[in-house]
Design a binder for this molecule. Structure first.
Ligand code: GLN
Length: 200
């Protein structure tokens, strides 16, 4: 069955859920907030928002969402993580809080708060060959960095010094920055393409 509108979940336990819902709506998708395992069954893809990864991790375990999300990832569901969401997609994290867990799936090591505290937030224009239409204006807020990436990981964007800030591995997409807060919609467009590919 083909639907005209793609149904994309946004994990809504904590973080900038509304911003993602807005971008997805503007792109013609049908976003749905996801808090319960049941709600995961009704979506074709999932966005993990920015926020605080350790809080989203704890809440996802409290809400019984960790296993269902891991199973969805293992089953090939397209997932896009921004900032905290990228941390949650990483197989390995550095500088997590004690006992912090991730959903995993992306064969990367991500360093949490890699640029220091809140005041170290910054904006930069990135060259991203995977998206057309010029430089991506990227906002980094207590952002993570991808320190190590396995052979199946596509390197989509790096800072001038070469440090990785956007990656893709099959149906999994992750950015250290927050396109959803700047009106940048090209990563969400790319993600919706991935969802469309997946459902055929
Ligand atoms: N520092 C946050 C964390 O560890 C991420 C910040 C963000 O999502 N803007 O999850």
């Amino acid at each position: 069955m083909t639907r005209s509108r793609l149904r994309v979940g946004v994990l809504a336990l904590q973080g900038d859920v509304r911003e993602h819902v807005r971008v997805l709506t503007e792109l013609g998708a049908e976003p749905a907030t996801v808090r319960r395992p049941q709600e995961l069954l009704d979506v074709d893809g999932l966005v993990l928002p920015g926020g605080e990864s350790s809080v989203i991790d704890k809440l996802s375990r409290a809400f019984g969402m960790q296993e269902p999300i891991r199973a969805a990832i293992a089953g090939g569901m397209p997932v896009y993580g921004t900032c905290a969401g990228l941390i949650l997609l990483a197989d390995r994290i550095v500088d997590g809080i004690d006992g912090q867990q991730t959903f995993g799936g992306l064969d990367v090591t991500v360093r949490r708060n890699a640029f220091g505290s809140q005041v170290d937030s910054f904006e930069v224009d990135l060259d991203v060959p995977a998206v057309t239409g010029g430089a991506v204006h990227a906002v980094f807020i207590r952002a993570p960095l991808v320190e190590e990436a396995g052979p199946r990981v596509e390197r989509l964007a790096a800072l001038n010094d070469g440090r990785l800030v956007a990656v893709r591995q099959g149906p999994l997409l992750g950015t250290s920055f927050h396109p959803e807060v700047t009106g940048e919609d090209r990563f969400h467009r790319l993600f919706l393409e991935m969802v469309r590919e997946r459902i055929g």
